[in-house]
Structures are given as C-alpha cells and as structure tokens.
Write a protein that binds this ligand. Structure first.
Ligand SMILES: [Zn+2]
Length: 192
C-alpha cells in the first residue's frame, strides 16, 4: 500500500525528522519548519516503504535506472530502484558541477528516474537531470519524499512528491517570528 501524504508527514514527526518552531536553514533563510530526512530513513523498513510508494507512480514507465544526487538522495533512491527492479547510480558534486563518478555511466536513450529525499529549490535534482541528459540518457521523471517548494520547483522533467509542504523560507529581515522576538535556532549545529 502506498503511503498517503498524511502518513508520510506523521512518520517524519514521529522520527524527529520534521521539527516545527523557528529555524535558520543552511541557506541563511528562516523557516517555521526544519527537515532532517536522514532521521526518517534510519529504519530500512520505513525507507523501503517510502521507496515502494514512490515506485508505484512509475510502474508503467519502464525505468531502467534510478539516479540520485549524493548524499541526500542515496538511501531513498536505492529503495526506489529496488522496488522497480532497476539499477541504481548516483551523481555527486565536484568543483561545483554535478557529475557521474566511480565508473558509473549511462547508455544513450537509457530510461532514468531521478530521486531525491527533499526538493527545496530543485537545484540538485535539476543538475542531476541535466548531467544525465548530457550523457545521452532519457530522463523520464523526478521524485522526492517531500516537496517543500509548494509545488513550484521546476526540474525540467515531470516531478512527483509523496507530500508537499507549503512553508515559506524567508530572509531574516522579513521573518514574522523574528519580529515577534523569537530567536531562530540552527538544528544542524546541535549535537545530541
Ligand atoms: Zn526568523
């Protein structure tokens, strides 16, 4: 059974992967929501269920290969590939460019699905799509567990997400929470 958007969000909250409050993101922007996807993917059984749910959208697309931007996309991309019976590869950034390394290659016309954990601006997915297309592959679509762009991110190919969050990330100068005098915290920097 495919997970509903509500079930996806519930799993994030249960695992502490979705925090609500007042946060400073890596980008420097402030947001009332912070996502740490690695926490929801700690249990392989949960990762497998997310993977199957994404795969269900692409069962009839003859996907030969799933490709993900490292590091964030690797766990979920691998699970989607398992569910589709496809090959799995990843791209990584070198000198600012997203490329295939480690001997990975794609064939001309190879049907590829690009999978990431969270789409915020869509930058990593879009760069992965572009790199694969430049190698001659046919990128059929893209997917993520969460879309936090309110559906706005354009990655150049059709895209789906298991759950879409409508949360603004704003410059601190216009942050409503800051105006109320609340201090933004940076969850990534906290050690537990
Ligand atoms: Zn703020």
């Amino acid at each position: 059974m495919s997970l509903t958007a509500e079930e996806v969000i519930a799993k994030f909250k249960e695992s502490g992967a979705l925090l609500e409050g007042h946060f400073m993101l890596t980008s420097g922007l402030h947001s009332p929501v912070y996502l740490q996807c690695a926490l929801v993917l700690q249990q392989p059984r949960d990762a497998e269920q997310f993977g199957r749910s994404i795969a269900e959208h692409f069962q009839t697309e003859n996907i030969q290969t799933v490709a993900s931007p490292a590091i964030g996309g690797i766990v979920i991309g691998h699970e989607v590939a398992r569910a589709l019976g496809a090959r799995f590869i990843w791209t990584e950034r070198q000198n600012g460019s997203m490329i295939l390394r480690r001997g990975f290659s794609v064939a001309p016309g190879e049907r590829i699905l690009v999978v990431e954990d969270v789409v915020t601006t869509g930058g990593s997915t879009r760069e992965t799509v572009t790199a694969l297309q430049a190698s001659g592959a046919q990128v059929v679509g893209a997917a993520s567990i969460i879309d936090r762009s309110s559906g706005k991110a354009d990655v150049g190919v059709p895209r789906i997400a298991l759950a879409t969050l409508d949360v603004a990330s704003v410059d601190p100068s216009v942050c409503e929470l800051c105006k109320r005098g609340e201090v933004a915290i940076k969850p990534g920097s906290r050690k537990t």
